[in-house]
Write a protein that binds this ligand. Structure first.
Ligand code: DAH
Length: 339
């Protein structure tokens, strides 16, 4: 019986060690260690041997079982590890695949234009101020010296929230707020959103953007205004640019002017962009009306100032050749990706 056990154990060891797959290993387990396997058969034969020999043989059988089970576990682990290895061989990461491109955000043409404008004025010693988009009638019109019957205040032109509250129709409102809290000298530029009752088309929008400028100090003259706007035009359009001033009217400036720059496409010859005139209108400007300065408590004997306002959309459209203002608000990626 001992011999049978030894032979069986030897065969079992060999079978377990040499199993090349988990299936083969399982087969060997069933054959030698299974419920009706060879080891069990030998164990059952114990009844047929002399009683005093049984404990010793029993112990040998147990030892053999333990040994074979350890061997079985070891081989199972090895085969499983091998299978992982095998899979790694076929599933491995393909480092030659092209990577996923990162999308880099771009600046919106309106903001890019505004940034360039601000850059120029920061270089001239201006700071940036902002003000509310919803304004009272006082800041919206009264403090800007609008006479009580001025058509700009008409409901046809301005959005009213209540009788006394409105969406600002120009960034000039912020001039007042800045002067109220600042003693001269004042040098600010004010970017911001404005609102008018305009019907959306290629050159109009109920919501648009302006950049306002205000400079108040002792001895400021119209020559300073011209020099400043010339520097601005040259910063935006190049050193060849010229500016033109023509009389205009705004309630908060006296005298007032509209100003234009030589067309950056034809340099003043006349082309499609400037409608054949050689000039591109940029905005309004003037010397701050003494009534406005008095309203914020400035000494008008001592201080004078100039102010100007430009539309940012117009600038951006000219600059980038965008034919329709609506494109700027469409969020259309085909437009935005070009900048
Ligand atoms: N706010 C004016 C407009 O919307 C533009 C303007 C004109 C602004 C003259 C000014 C100015 O500051 O002095 O048409």
């Amino acid at each position: 019986m001992e011999n049978r056990l030894r032979d069986m154990a030897e065969a079992a060891r060999k079978a377990l060690r040499e199993a090349t797959s988990l299936d083969e290993l399982e087969e060997a387990r069933i054959k030698y260690l299974g419920r009706s396997g060879l080891l069990r058969e030998i164990q059952q034969g114990i009844r047929d041997i002399a009683e005093e020999l049984r404990p010793q043989v029993g112990r040998m059988i147990n030892e053999t079982r333990n040994e074979l089970e350890r061997l079985l576990e070891k081989r199972r682990e090895a085969l499983e590890a091998g299978r992982v290895h095998e899979r790694a061989g076929t599933d491995r990461i393909d480092v030659t695949l092209p990577g996923r491109a990162q999308r880099v955000a771009g600046r919106h043409p309106l903001l890019a234009t505004l940034d360039d404008m601000l850059e120029i004025f920061l270089g001239l010693g201006y700071t940036i101020a902002e003000g509310p988009e919803v304004e009272t009638y006082y800041y919206g019109f009264e403090a800007l010296n609008y006479p009580a019957d001025h058509p700009a205040m008409d409901e046809q032109m301005t959005f009213y929230v209540t009788d006394d509250m409105l969406l600002r129709s120009q960034t000039s409102t912020v001039q007042i707020r800045v002067m109220e809290r600042t003693k001269p000298p004042v040098r600010v530029v004010v970017p911001g959103r404005c609102f008018r009752r305009d019907t959306l088309d290629a050159t109009h929008s109920h919501t648009f953007h302006q950049l306002e400028g205000l400079c108040v100090d002792e001895g400021i003259t119209f020559a300073d205004l011209k020099g400043t706007l010339l520097a601005f035009a040259r910063g935006m359009f190049g050193e060849e640019a010229q500016v033109r001033f023509r009389p205009d009217f705004f309630p908060f400036t006296e005298p007032s002017a509209e100003f234009a720059v030589t067309c950056f496409v034809c340099s003043g010859e006349g082309c499609r962009v400037c409608s054949g005139t050689g000039w591109i209108e940029l905005g309004g400007a003037g010397m701050v009306d003494p009534n406005v300065l008095e309203g914020v408590g400035y000494d008008t004997e001592r201080y004078t100032g100039f102010a100007f306002g430009v539309g940012i959309e117009r600038f951006a459209m000219n600059r980038y050749g965008i034919p329709d203002m609506r494109l700027l608000y469409s969020g259309d990626m085909r437009l935005l990706r070009q900048f």
